[in-house]
Write a protein that binds this ligand. Sequence first.
Ligand code: UD1
Length: 419
Amino acid sequence: MAQDDRFRVQGGANLRGEVHITGAKNSVLKLMAAALLAPGTSTITNVPDIADVDIMADLLTRLGCSVNRNGSELKINVPETPGHRADYDLVRKMRASINVLGPLVVRTGKAEVALPGGDAIGSRGLDFHIKGLEALGAKAHIEHGYVVAEAPQGLKGASIELDFPSVGATENIMTAAVLAEGKTTIENAAREPDIVDLGQFLISMGAKIDGLGSPVITIQGVKKLNPATHATIADRIITGTWAFAAAMTKGDITIHGARPQDLELPLEKLTSAGAIITSTEDGIRVRMDSRPQSIDVSTLPYPGFPTDLLPMVIALNSIATGDAIVTENVFESRFMFVNELTRLGAQITVDGHHASIHGISQLSGAPVEATDIRAGAGLVLAALVSEGETTIEGAYHVDRGYPNFAEQLRALGADVERE
Ligand code: UD1
């Protein structure tokens, strides 16, 4: 998986066939970090084969854990006292490394975690994470590019209200509060299915948590947690990506293992674009017979439309009939991807956090570059409906979130090479 790998896509395929959804990237990384909360061996199943899992495994190994992978099962053995420092060389590769902050500070009394880089989609502050841990009694500051949080006497439950329902901050506060003394409430908490999945893992470790999936989460701290076994929830963003792929390519894809309840709004939007979506025994089937109709979308925290599917929506609208307005409310720099899409001929103007898209009947292939995971996947979908050849540099971004993407596309009939 070299940094200069690219996808070479010949446009014109109608994707047809079956895919199987694996565990969610945005959940498994948090489950792995949460394993730090209990000495002993936790087991995580339904683990996707993506580069970010290897990065998190390296990070845990450096903290003194031993991590063993056997197919889609991961065993994490956590020592009585893990290390407390997450170095820049790993954290810079993956923002989710910040999820070790809460578990480390409550388990070891001190955490030093490099400030993450992560995807090029916006400034992505850490102020809510830090304020939350401070409310629980930690002393935190930033020093030489690291967040240093200390709580030698342990943490104490508190009432915390988030200014924005941040996924990462909710997770860090929750994974610290489970071992704090007394009760914590998180108001305006994130409600994403990934939060519910993490909370259920914590509960199986012995944590006391109420309100998962609602805006108010209540946690009653316990003295000790025990290792547990947990299956990672299905990836709703990959599910959404395949659903958009079927709709854009006049395809017919059966998505095994999909959880439509986690994607109500995107599937509703695809239906209004003209897709026919039906339930199957273990997932959904998405079909499309005609050119899609344009759809207006505003991204919002869950249960709103996920920001991670924004590139797919813009790609679909760029070949739809009619005009659309797409508004990004979560990450300010998502629209970097638009410049690449216009290289394929898409007609898009961006004004602040709104993009106006005039659909055209066909894009035309050109060399483009992926700037982050989801932008990369969106560009591949656009390439599939472009006339001629498109090369997409930065394939490694896509590896971070989509297991075997090129192979899966080929199995659905696309002409996609990885080089
Ligand atoms: C997670 C997901 C990401 C998804 C996002 C929103 C992972 C690994 N990543 O990212 O794929 O797009 O949720 O669903 O799970 N913010 C602050 N201060 C903070 C924390 C956040 O200002 O302390 C801002 C961010 O800059 C951003 C917004 O809040 O504008 C949302 O961020 P957040 O929900 O925390 O996203 P992540 O957890 O980083």
